[in-house]
Every structure is written in structure tokens, then in C-alpha cells.
Design a protein. Structure first.
Length: 274
């Protein structure tokens, strides 16, 4: 059986400013942080130090120039020494649909090592964001929005995310619905919640979702939760009950039933095999 870590939700309240984000520059960090996850988006840009993180079960080395993007579905373990890092946390209200689509889900692959030129570009943006955040000068909100947009564009380029092709209106709508589910699945979003976010009726969303994806809304939502639960079974020492609720299910009996239907065995049996 693989080494597994205790997992926890990082419940520290984010002290977002009025614009909905937080940025800090941390120095001389040396610690080991067991498996955990956050309830906001995070970007970290490493200036100095070394270590590693296990992101969704995959190991990534950390050193000067490392950059990684974490969304609320990610879980990671961190072991670092003498780290200097910019940490930016924010809600998805600040993000474009393109950015959310590019970096949503828990598939990993959102870590890169920057060239020195790119690192200097990003740290310059971070320093300007820090100034706006700490001093709130005149027009700070507008400046912050411009700087965040610039940072997000740089990240889309660095991660080589192709610009989303122009789909027909229905497919674009469903793509946005899928991105919303991938980010908010632990919050038990109803069909009405997603429809309201998109500005359409639940009945229309239900019909078009099934037409485009081939799955009913609840079926897709459960698939996302079950895949996440399976990853937690493989990567943590959480109990089956804890994994049930951490994955967004509100009923243990329902979780056990749909898990066995999906994977052909109980969570307990799978946990013993992993």
C-alpha cells in the first residue's frame, strides 16, 4: 500500500480585500505540511528555497522559478526549506471563463518552472500588486484589476493554453456549466444553482446538458465527486465517511451506493487495494 497522509481542509479565513483577493510575500519558510486543500484559488511563485509538493498524488520539485496554480478541488502535501514565495489567493469571481476552463478540475499539470526572464516578469507584477494591496492608493481597484488580468494572461501563455475555440452558443454554455461544476462540486450545487449562474432556466440547462454531454446533470456531478473520492482514497488516511463528505456527498448511504455502481466495489474494498 502506498504511503498516505492525513488530509485536512485548510480553514484559515482568507482576508480578501474589497476586490476579492489576497497577496503576501513570505520569507524563510521551512516546514512540512500534511495533505490538505483550500477553499479558494491560489497562485504561488517561488523566488528562492527548495522542497517538493505532492499535488493530487503527483510529486513536483520546488525551487527558484517554480510556479503552480491550485484550485479548490486540488489537494497537496508540501515539504519546503528556506522558501521565499509570492502567495496570491482569490475567489473565482475574479476569473474569466477561459481561465477557469483552463485550470479547473483536479487533473494536475498546473505546475511549471519559469525561465529567469519570465520569473522577473511575474515578480514585477507581484510587487505592483503588493503595493496596491498594502497601500490602497487612488484608483487602486482599477489598477489591481489590470494587474491581475495581466498576471492571468501571462499564466495562460506560460502554461501554453490555447485560446478557446469559438463553439456554438449551446456548447459554450455547457462548457461554462461543466467548469462551474468542476470547481463547486463540494458545495452540492443544484441544477438551479448552475442555471442561475449562467442566467438560464433549469429546464433548459437540463435539456441542453444531456444533449451535449450525453449525461444527465446529476450523473455528471456524481462522476466528478466519485473521481475525487477515489483520489482521496489513494492519497490520504481519511476514513470513508470523511471522504464521503469531503467529496460533496450529503449522505453516506447514497455515496456507498453510487460508488459501488460506478467502480464495482465498495470504497472500503478499494481503499485496501490502493
Amino acid at each position: 500500500m502506498k504511503n498516505k497522509q492525513n488530509a485536512t481542509m485548510w480553514n484559515k479565513t482568507r482576508e480578501f480585500n474589497n476586490y476579492g483577493f489576497n497577496i503576501v510575500k513570505k520569507h524563510d519558510l521551512s516546514f512540512k505540511w500534511d495533505l490538505h486543500w483550500h477553499n479558494s484559488w491560489e497562485i504561488e511563485i517561488v523566488i528562492d528555497g527548495s522542497g517538493y509538493q505532492l499535488l493530487n498524488g503527483a510529486k513536483h520539485d520546488i525551487s527558484r522559478g517554480s510556479v503552480y496554480i491550485l484550485n479548490p478541488t486540488d489537494f497537496h502535501e508540501v515539504d519546503i526549506k528556506e522558501l521565499e514565495v509570492y502567495n496570491i489567493s482569490f475567489s473565482d469571481d475574479l476569473l474569466s471563463d477561459e481561465f477557469i476552463t483552463a485550470f479547473s478540475g483536479s487533473g494536475g499539470g498546473r505546475t511549471k518552472h519559469l525561465t529567469e526572464e519570465k520569473l522577473i516578469q511575474l515578480t514585477s507584477i507581484c510587487e505592483m500588486l503588493l503595493y496596491e494591496y498594502n497601500n490602497s492608493p487612488k484608483y487602486s481597484d482599477k489598477t489591481t484589476k489590470c494587474l491581475l488580468d495581466l498576471l492571468f494572461i501571462h499564466l495562460l501563455r506560460i502554461f501554453d493554453i490555447e485560446k478557446t475555440k469559438q463553439y456554438d452558443t449551446k456548447k459554450t454554455m455547457i462548457n461554462n456549466a461543466v467548469s462551474y461544476i468542476n470547481i463547486h462540486f463540494r458545495e452540492n450545487p443544484t441544477l438551479s444553482d448552475v442555471a442561475s449562474n449562467l442566467g438560464i432556466t433549469p429546464n433548459y440547462l437540463s435539456e441542453q446538458f444531456h444533449l451535449v454531454t450525453g449525461k444527465k446533470y446529476k450523473e455528471y456531478l456524481n462522476d466528478v465527486r466519485l473521481i475525487y473520492a477515489k483520489k482521496l482514497l489513494a492519497s490520504s488516511n481519511l476514513s470513508v465517511t470523511e471522504i464521503c463528505f469531503a467529496s460533496g456527498f450529503s449522505s453516506l448511504s447514497n455515496f456507498l451506493r453510487v460508488f459501488k455502481e460506478r467502480f464495482g466495489m465498495s470504497p472500503q474494498s478499494m481503499q485496501k487495494q490502493l
